[in-house]
Write a protein that binds this ligand. Structure first.
Ligand code: PLP
Length: 406
């Protein structure tokens, strides 16, 4: 059997535990700033209008069936998905040195990439994460038994990037280490390197022959501009890196539960690049087959329908601008309310940070007070999901923060 000393009780996932506590709270004032899912100005999940249209198109197709997808997934989906972050004119695409596998959203992509590296990577097998990073990264790499380490990222004083600390850690890491990078809208801090800083990061990683593993969960959601949010990945590809990209369509399509994502391997340019890519594709297919056999179809059909139609694609861009625009408005509103209240501390980081989250700098004690006294739910590290704020509750939230900070 499996006694407690062999299978101990595991703690509940903090984020999903928070969600449960929020649901059980009966207060009319309660605010959910925990989970990273977009909410409209009425605090409701938002089905993107372009997703509704794609859904109609799919369901009106008389040839629709529910057959298995190929092991690597829906080709009309994966081929457009990689164009989005690489750019359609990318030499990597022209040279056929990109291979793509449809995955169980971003999490499945990170996992499949981790599994591939665990099996085949011959450099320094330690993977370096930013400190802090998305809570799931460590669990995923632990599961495939790759050692993990961290590089400094967040500067508590400025509530911005600890760029010097990050650079030094990349310099000091053994050559050919695996470096996990958030492509944009860093979770949980909302702090991204600038374009110039990305160039420096790439240059250090080039000198040290590090292997970049990009986690791209927020393209288009960060700035509202797909190209801009792909800038870092594109720069690395232009520099000739061999790299992995885990791509999620959960946030930017609002397809959270449909699990639409991809893992892309970009091979370095060279005379054998095309053949190398085909070899890598063959091994990814073996891993995928043993893990999930083949991926789920619905979310991929939705994204494929949109990405393969110019009009729908343009509409998606509008939907992205609407989501990111509302979040930017909430950043502005929160900052100006805190400043107007004269809340102790500086609040410029609220508008300097980008994407779904803000790392407020609130302490665990303040977070717990906000929960117990004001029915505001956020993670203990002081992260708030900006999408949980709206014109009806931002005032209440600012006043609550003001009270717990004083
Ligand atoms: N990576 C990061 C940094 C994330 O924030 C998330 C979602 O919160 C994911 C990956 C994966 O999300 P999903 O598996 O829902 O696509």
């Amino acid at each position: 059997s499996f006694p407690a000393d062999v299978v101990p009780q595991a703690p509940e996932d903090p984020l999903f535990g928070l969600m449960r506590a929020y649901k059980a709270d009966q207060s009319k004032d309660k605010i959910d700033l925990g989970i990273g899912a977009y909410r409209d100005n009425n605090a409701k999940p938002w089905v993107l209008p372009v997703v509704r249209k794609a859904d109609d198109i799919i369901h009106n197709d008389p040839n629709l069936d529910h057959e298995y997808l190929p092991i690597a997934g829906l080709a009309s989906f994966t081929s457009k998905a990689r164009e989005i972050f690489l750019g359609a004119a990318s030499p990597a695409l022209k040279d056929e040195r990109v291979t793509s596998v449809q995955t169980i959203s971003g999490t499945g992509a990170v996992h499949l990439g981790a599994l591939f590296l665990a099996k085949f990577y011959k450099g320094n097998r330690t993977i370096y994460f930013s400190n802090p990073t998305w809570a799931n990264h460590k669990q995923i790499f632990d599961n495939v038994a790759l050692p993990t380490a961290t590089y400094p990222y967040f500067d508590k004083k400025t509530k911005g990037l600890d760029f010097e600390g990050m650079k030094k850690a990349l310099q000091d890491a053994p050559e050919r280490s695996i470096i996990l990078l958030h492509a944009c809208a860093h979770n949980p801090t909302g702090v991204d390197p600038t374009e110039a800083q990305w160039r420096e990061i790439a240059s250090i990683m080039r000198q040290k022959s590090h292997f970049p593993f990009f986690d791209s969960a927020y393209q288009g959601f960060a700035s509202g501009d797909l190209e801009r949010d792909a800038g870092a990945v594109r720069h690395f590809v232009e520099q000739g890196f061999e790299l992995l990209v885990a791509q999620s369509f959960a946030k930017n399509f609002g397809l959270y539960g449909e699990r639409a994502g991809c893992l892309h391997f970009v091979t370095a340019p060279g005379p054998s690049a095309k053949e190398d890519t085909a070899r890598i594709a063959s091994q990814l297919a073996i891993l995928q087959r043993s893990e999930i056999s083949n991926p789920p179809i619905y979310g991929a059909r939705i994204v494929s329908t949109v990405l393969n139609d110019d009009k729908l694609f343009a509409e998606w861009r509008d939907n992205l601008r609407e989501m990111s625009g509302r979040i930017k408005d909430m950043r502005q509103a929160l900052r100006s309310k805190l400043e107007a209240l004269g809340t102790p501390g500086t609040w410029n980081h609220i508008t300097d940070q980008i994407g779904m989250f803000s790392f407020t700098g609130l302490s665990e004690q303040q977070v717990l007070k906000l929960r117990d006294e004001f029915h505001v739910y956020m993670t203990k590290n002081g992260r708030i999901s900006m999408a949980g704020l709206n014109t009806s509750n931002v005032d209440y939230f600012a006043k609550a923060v003001d009270k717990v900070v004083r």
